[in-house]
Design a protein around this ligand. Structure first.
Ligand code: AMP
Ligand code: ZN
Length: 138
């Protein structure tokens, strides 16, 4: 189940150190070693799966309760002005480690993180066309 070349599998196996925040049957959470803001941390599935598309739904179901627990602690400890959950799938999404993880990303007002996009009015014909395409694949 573990991938011998995967850095997160090595962390779960205890072969690489981490600042562990939380662990249960399915989930492991730790500090990100390259934090954007203080409190930036990661929730990873214990089972190796490349990303959201490959992950076991039962593992994914354990992610949000763990995220809530950690976010509450981050909120109490650091009082950020906001928290994003960020989860990248594939290179254009910025995924660099190919083992499922969700970032807990504390925000500060005007911190300049390039996560927020403006709300330009959508082309409804195009939205509908894309909607139909996704629904056909559901
Ligand atoms: P992503 O770019 O969304 O795939 O996120 C991967 C994250 O893993 C990055 O924010 C890295 O800083 C983080 N990361 C990589 N190696 C480690 C490690 N050994 N311990 C903790 N975080 C790590
Ligand atoms: Zn892995």
């Amino acid at each position: 189940m573990a991938d011998p070349d995967c850095v997160f599998c090595k962390i779960i196996a205890g072969e690489i150190p981490s600042f562990k925040l939380y662990e249960d049957d399915r989930i492991f959470a730790m500090m990100d070693i390259n934090p954007f803001n203080d409190g930036h941390c990661l929730i990873i599935t214990k089972a190796h799966a490349e990303n959201l598309l490959a992950a076991d739904p039962n593992d994914l179901a354990a992610v949000l309760p763990a995220a809530q627990k950690i976010c509450r602690a981050v909120e109490a400890a650091l009082e950020p002005e906001g928290i994003n959950l960020v989860q990248a799938n594939g290179p254009a999404a910025g995924q660099t480690v190919y083992h499922y993880h969700t970032h807990i990303f504390p925000r500060r007002l005007n911190d300049g993180a390039l996560l927020n996009w403006g709300h330009a009015p959508g082309d409804m014909a195009r939205v509908e066309q894309v909607y139909n395409k996704i629904m056909a694949a559901m």
